[in-house]
Ligand binder design. Sequence first.
Ligand SMILES: *[C@@H]1O[C@H](CO)[C@@H](O)[C@H](O)[C@H]1NC(C)=O
Length: 325
Amino acid sequence: MPHSLVPFLLLLAAAAAAATGAGAATPRQLFLVSQPPVTLTNHHGQLLTGNYSVNLLWYGRFTPAQRAVVADFILSLSPSGSGTASGSASGSAAPSVAAWWATTARYHPGAARLSLGRQVLDTSLSLGRRLSESSLASLASRLGPHRSTVAVVVTAPDVLVDGFCLSRCGLHASASTPSPASSGHGGRGRFAYAWVGNPAEQCPGECAWPFHQPPYGPQQPAPLVSPNADVGMDGAVITLATLLAGAVTNPYGGGFFQGPAEAPLEAVSACAGVFGAGAYPGYPGQMRVDAATGASYNAVGVAGRRFLLPAMWDPATAQCSTPLV
Ligand SMILES: *[C@@H]1O[C@H](CO)[C@@H](O)[C@H](O)[C@H]1NC(C)=O
């Protein structure tokens, strides 16, 4: 089953595509390359529909505050979990995280609603400090049973994952459920999973842009201040947002994407590098800035928590749509 890899240089696409797979969130330089208009095609394969839980496996050391950034992002995806439209200290409130996720329903009216499932800690690095793609699938399979779940493995800054930083910031894919009888209504015996790395130490310029200066290419005047004061975790949220949208709209390689099935550009990865109006290569676009902290954000979630979310291709308008229009 292919996993979609979103390579960061177009020339790398062929190499990255050799892996079977899912959609991968790529380092941001990819998006410093100007792209043709985005038009995702519906390949009429299965999507994720209905209610899904996102289960998390934390591989390596994370602080409770770091885990809360990701958990709150997932909690914020459902309408009941997002903050109200009022209460912003700086005038009109930013759009909700749930409104951003609601764009997926324009791909399919039943596109999966995601809630936070269970969380597992693996602080002892049970499979070692270096992980292959098959190790990621093994870790994800520990998050079963897999009926109506997306399994997400999050790796700590000191964990080495094949391809991390070289060609990608994370990936989503599907794997066989241990027992065919437990296939649920997912994909005929397969379950969707994703991996996202914390890029704080290994490649913040690639995988935590625009909160860190890119290693090369056009430079904005200064990196943005990240909304949760954690460059690595705020970068990981951008990658996770990219992967969850891809997992729901192209879970098994036959959903919505542009380009070759082995290296698809998906709902968010097709729009990568765009976070606000007026974005261009090297500039993420306009967004809200907190007057007190200087943090940039474009969406609000549970308990007023702020996030900077990437643009998503909107089938209704055929445009990459940012939370703040
Ligand atoms: C999904 O969950 C919501 C809220 O709990 C519920 O109203 C709805 O019926 C559920 N949908 C399906 C398809 O189970």
